[in-house]
Design a protein. Structure first.
Length: 140
């Protein structure tokens, strides 16, 4: 799998063991470890063993492997009752800091701990929703 990793990426180095990490679990195609600056206790990152900056650049076989591992870790964390966020950021404007695709598993045991989200919801007309739908479906 190392043939899909790059030299200077911090997460590629973690996969190769060149930088230490608290490994939670791994498969042939994915690696899960504790976030070094957790938003709450048990905050994990799940990454493909394939260097890609963005979600849409990860091959299907790696994506197919990563979510079952994320679920396994979420369940093992005792959060099966739904107290966690599964989060994935793409690009600096979307709060991405490390440019190797990663999914966060962030425990949210109570309102005080875990991810704090400001969710800027907008009001839209039905016509605008329809135009958006058409724009996306045209390219699918
Ligand atoms: P992003 O903002 O890109 O979605 O999140 C990057 C995450 O990677 C952050 O939560 C940050 O704490 C974590 N992180 C950055 N560098 C390291 C590292 O060297 N080791 C570990 N375990 N986590 C890291
Ligand atoms: Zn990488």
């Amino acid at each position: 799998m190392t043939k899909h990793l790059t030299e200077n990426c911090i997460f590629c180095k973690i996969i190769r063991g060149e930088i230490p990490s608290h490994k939670v679990a791994e498969t042939e195609k994915s690696y899960c470890f504790l976030d070094i600056n957790p938003l709450s206790e048990g905050h994990c990152l799940v990454i493909p063993k394939y260097h890609a900056e963005y979600f849409h650049l990860v091959p299907d076989e790696y994506l197919a492997d990563i979510l079952p591992l994320a679920r396994k870790v979420a369940l093992a964390s005792g959060l099966a009752d739904g107290q966690y966020n599964l989060l994935q950021n793409n690009g600096p404007m979307a709060h991405q800091q490390v440019f190797h695709v990663h999914f966060h598993i962030i425990p949210k045991p109570n309102p005080e701990q875990g991810l704090k989200v400001g969710w800027p919801m907008q009001k839209v007309e039905q016509n605008d929703l329809k135009a958006t739908l058409d724009r996306i479906k045209e390219k699918l």
